[in-house]
Design a protein around this ligand. Structure first.
Ligand SMILES: NC(=O)c1ccc[n+]([C@@H]2O[C@H](COP(=O)([O-])OP(=O)(O)OC[C@H]3O[C@@H](n4cnc5c(N)ncnc54)[C@H](O)[C@@H]3O)[C@@H](O)[C@H]2O)c1
Length: 370
């Protein structure tokens, strides 16, 4: 991998919707990256967001890709557009860091990752919540033997669904989303960060309602079709030994965000992998209650993975929230979907190295590239 250039890395955002503001708020606090432009199909929306965060350029995607000072395109479009925007960015010689999922189809993801590698360019992908203090502290705790040898994980992501709060929730119930593809990446990336690659998966899937109603914003009251399962129960077997049972649901009134890892010497309660921090607890043999463990690290929020990738580009070392990792997670989710249809376990073909944990003093807000 080549480390080109020097100094802070120029970044542009494509897709100026709901989540772009989180990225802009955070990335504009990080001296190792400079946000030089914002784009969207809706150029007026891009201009509004650029003005709000003092970004000098707003326009369409082509205008962003034509700029020499853009090294990383941060792709915050909807899942159905992730592949098209990423390919355009690679064709323009830019690295890409995209929101999850990587793309909607495994074959597209394989081609994208291979294309980037051929060109010496990087693909990075959310979730970067796993680089936050919460999950990184959990990874370090498991690595230091706090719970002995990990045996099994139990995870649950259960809500009533994002149609209750997102002003344009239709895409969250289409191919490439639903609870598995929209929220699964947080939980599955956390599990792969803890255990390494999955070997095989099985799942069941249901859909409680064929239609939903937009609850908030200008489209409130609009009915739309649900195209994907909205309650998935999965079993995962990891190559390193542990297994996991995982629920992903937009059909559950009571909210539940759970990640617990049972080990030979205790059980670890892991922070919500959809957040960057949270409490880390251990239940030790013979104990009556959970004991708090330290959570160490600086929390920035969304954009952490972009800064980590920018530093990796300059250093010529692999980045952590990688395309290979996102591709493995995409294959896990796709295999769960086909298992729900076939009733069979599905063996995965991709394999990915467990990313190195960040050190506790890693700080995305620090200036390291001057
Ligand atoms: N909303 C959240 O809380 C949230 C949280 C984490 C991750 N995400 C992820 O972020 C991504 C975007 O989600 P969002 O909620 O911001 O969606 P959104 O619908 O609010 O915004 C998406 C934006 O992308 C633009 N767009 C779509 N296709 C495009 C294309 N081909 N070229 C340029 N612009 C295009 C749209 O015009 C829109 O402004 C999704 O992958 C989602 O999974 C969202």
């Amino acid at each position: 991998m080549s480390g080109i250039g020097s100094g802070p890395v120029g970044v542009a955002i494509v897709g100026s919707g709901v989540i772009s503001k989180d990225y802009l708020k955070n990335l504009t606090q990080c001296p190792d990256v400079v946000v030089v432009g914002v784009a969207d199909l809706d150029v007026a929306r891009a201009a509004g967001v650029a003005a709000e965060f003092g970004v000098p350029h707003a326009g369409d995607t082509a205008s962003i890709l034509a700029r020499d000072d853009v090294e990383i395109v941060v792709n915050l479009t909807i899942p159905a557009a992730h592949g098209e925007v990423a390919r355009a960015a690679l064709a323009a010689g830019k690295h890409v860091f995209g929101e999850k999922p990587l793309v909607t189809e495994v074959e597209d993801g394989e081609k994208l990752v291979a294309e980037a590698a051929e060109q010496g360019l990087r693909i990075g992908c959310a979730p970067d919540t796993v680089l936050g203090a919460g999950i990184q502290s959990a990874v370090r705790a498991v690595g230091s033997g706090v719970i002995g040898t990990p045996v099994a994980a139990t995870t649950a992501m259960q809500t009533a669904g994002p149609d209750l709060w997102h002003p344009s929730p239709e895409f969250l119930f289409q191919r490439g989303a639903g609870p598995l593809f929209d929220m699964g990446p947080y939980y599955l990336t956390a599990l792969v960060s803890l255990f390494g690659s999955a070997r095989r998966v099985a799942a069941t899937a249901r859909q409680a309602r064929a239609e939903r109603v937009v609850a908030t914003g200008p489209k409130a009251g609009t009915r739309f079709a649900v195209e994907v399962p909205t309650h998935v129960n999965a079993l995962i077997e990891f190559t390193s030994g542990p297994s996991a049972s995982s629920t992903f649901s937009f059909d559950t009134t009571a909210r539940r965000m759970l990640v617990e890892i049972a080990g030979t010497e205790g059980t670890l309660s892991v922070p919500n992998p959809g957040s960057f921090d949270g409490a880390l607890k251990v239940f030790e043999p013979g104990a009556d209650e959970w004991r708090d463990l330290p959570v160490a690290g600086t929390t920035l929020g969304r954009g952490t993975g972009v800064v980590e990738m920018a530093r990796a580009i300059r250093a010529g070392r692999p980045h952590r929230a990688s395309g290979d990792l996102a591709l493995h997670v995409l294959e896990m989710m796709t295999a769960m979907t086909s298992s729900a249809e076939s009733g069979e376990f599905v063996t995965l073909r991709s394999d990915v190295a467990r990313p190195e944990p960040l050190s506790a003093d890693w700080d995305p807000r620090e200036a390291t590239l001057y």
